[in-house]
Design a protein. Sequence first.
Lengths: 194, 258
Amino acid sequence: MAVRWGAVDASTDEHSDIRLLEALAGGARGAAEALVDRTYSKVFALLCRLSGGDRDLAADLTQDTYRRAWASLGAFRGEASLSTWLYRIAYNTYLNHVRRPHRVVPLEAEDVERIGDGRRGADEEIADRQLERRLRRAVLDLPEELRATVVARYWAETPVTEIARLDGISEVAVRKRLRRATALLAAAVGGEHR
Amino acid sequence: MTDPTERDIERLLSTGEPPAPPPELAKRIKREIPDGLRLDRAALEAIARNRIARHVPAYRQFVLLAALLFVTIALGTFGLRALIEQKAEEERQAAMIEALERETSEGKEHAERAAPEEQHDTLQPGQVAPLPAGTLRSTGDVDRARRGSSANASVPAPDRREDHPLTVTVTSTSGEALAGVMLRLTRLDPPTAERWTGVTAADGSARLARPRPGLYRLDAAMPGFKPGVVLSLRVQAGRPSRVALTLEPEAPADTPLR
């Protein structure tokens, strides 16, 4: 049965997802484009954070993400929203990228230090950026399940309920992970500082 | 610089404007959408089922909660009713026990079985029919009647030849035995609806074969006579009782016994 596709709602609620999915089941290309429009900014932002501000890398990985999404669309089972599903693909795309042994990882922006000009404001800005970099490294050094949860919650801005659904755990368990993760991050960032 | 707290970490993780994507990125992504991209119908149905299943726990919880509430209210209501009924039953039994104890303390010998002819609500002439429960025994000690202009009652010596009946005899002021006098015997202690009714026989008498010990009121009425009453007729256990009433003739109006 062909699905009639009309103007796709840009909202992220469940009904919007269902309409998109029905349209995709009908082979409507416009549904795929609407999905891109709805999600690509957040996917890019997530990958940018993961890659430490490397916009070019983030853009490449974003395209990679959508290629993977089209390839695995048939495996989507609605455990979470389409957006959440995409963010998880983006996260895995980044991990696959950094784990490729033969790939040359470019110098990260954080390795290029700026020398402060002595003004108080600039020095503070540098200190903040250094802290952010340390934090990012600490996030990437977290155990896998904590890292995935932190990235989903803070960088992909995924609600706790969605994370719970995607991982098949309770919301309480998600919050526990987040608490453990922030404790570890605080210790790691504080320890580095010392 | 102090070590960051967990709150600091949460704040740091959440802050910052999300970086804006390059302007052409969306177009590049869309260009790569495969032709014939399609979601399998079976996959769509599986997604729909998952979606329903996701809501089932919450729905199930709601239904369970509603069912639990209903059962609790129903049980509570039934339980309360049962408790109230039980209380009422206990009070009824306590009253019955008290009445029985009172009768026992007056020395009555309690005979449960009544002769068939004595179980009628309507008396046979010459006989006062008892209520289905119990019998009376009398000693013949009877208080004097107060109502009625010339009704007076006296109790002759107990007739030990009788089987403890209560015998009522009604005469006129001229000494004539009055037949057809309507009699009503009412139990006073405890005040119950126990009542015997009947009419006197040709010899002006009526009998209650096995009255229960206690206090009674006896009313007598006959057309053409003023009503007579014995307000306090005590029937004692183990002794026949006799009461004699005298009715005074009256001017024409009948006073039916109610």
